[in-house]
Design a protein around this ligand. Structure first.
Ligand code: FPP
Length: 247
């Protein structure tokens, strides 16, 4: 007899690109009378879990919002702790990621970083460049509005130089000037911790994404929670502004 659950799961819709706003590290730490940076340390374990689960589920692109441009406004000790954690994690995980077939890309402005952070970004991108199973995009010093402004400026310059005409600017050309150029748009955007906002994350790219706001703090978002999110996605009906037979 054929196993109907196996057949269903095989045919289940898998998002090609999952993007996650990893929220709730601070609250997780506070609930345990710990310092905020300890929540970020715990959050790194959820990053590992998300990568494993994404590979296992056949997701091809996973974007994680690790540090927003606005996050520079946090206390210096916390910013330093996140930068240090980033460097330590990148140093420690590069080989493991490469062996899992994960290619890492860092998306964001390469400004304000220390030389050490810049070197780590270079190191992780180079050492995982051959990965073909999953592209892990770390949004680091990223702001969607800033990204859109930079794209608008680049296009305005090209018009001024006579390289393109104003009429040439369409969605495709605009998207080609974004930091996400070459990436597929996210199909599924998850924000943990129950907050229901996009907070300057992939605003252009998420136009048709399905959104999901599980009430789980990021350090508690393990592989099971990721799998549950995949089930939620599979039940969504994506219409892209069109109509279906049922409505
Ligand atoms: C949001 O929680 C989380 C962050 C701003 C930082 C996330 C960073 C990591 C998990 C480590 C980065 C490292 C790598 C390698 C990707 P919050 O502090 O805003 O939580 P709260 O809303 O409860 O205060």
């Amino acid at each position: 007899m054929r196993d109907i659950t196996a057949i269903m799961s095989r045919d289940r819709a898998i998002p090609k690109h999952v993007a996650i706003i990893m929220d709730g590290n601070g609250r997780w730490a506070k609930q345990r009378n710990k310092e905020r940076y300890e929540g970020h340390i715990a959050g790194v374990e959820s990053v590992r879990a998300a990568v494993r689960a994404a590979v296992r589920n056949g997701v091809e692109w996973l974007t994680l919002y690790a540090f927003s441009t606005e996050n520079w406004g946090r206390p210096t000790a916390e910013v330093d702790a996140i930068m240090e954690l980033f460097c330590r994690t990148v140093m420690g995980e590069a080989k493991e990621l490469a062996s899992q077939g994960v290619r890492v890309k860092v998306m964001g402005e390469r400004t304000r970083f220390s030389a050490e952070v810049l070197a780590m970004i270079d190191h992780i991108e180079r050492s995982t460049a051959e990965g073909a199973r999953l592209t892990l995009v770390l949004a680091f010093n990223y702001s969607a509005r800033r990204e859109i402004i930079l794209a608008a400026q680049a296009l305005a310059e090209r018009v001024a130089k006579g390289d393109i005409r104003v009429d040439d600017i369409d969605e495709e050309l605009f998207a080609s000037e974004l930091m996400s150029s070459g990436m597929p748009d996210p199909d599924f955007v998850i924000r943990t911790s129950g907050e229901c906002r996009l907070s300057n994350f992939l605003l252009w790219q998420s136009s048709y994404a399905e959104l999901y706001f599980p009430d789980v703090l990021w350090p508690d978002f393990g592989e099971e929670a990721f799998d549950k999110a995949m089930e939620v996605y599979a039940q969504r009906e994506r219409r892209y502004g069109l109509v279906t037979e049922d409505c």
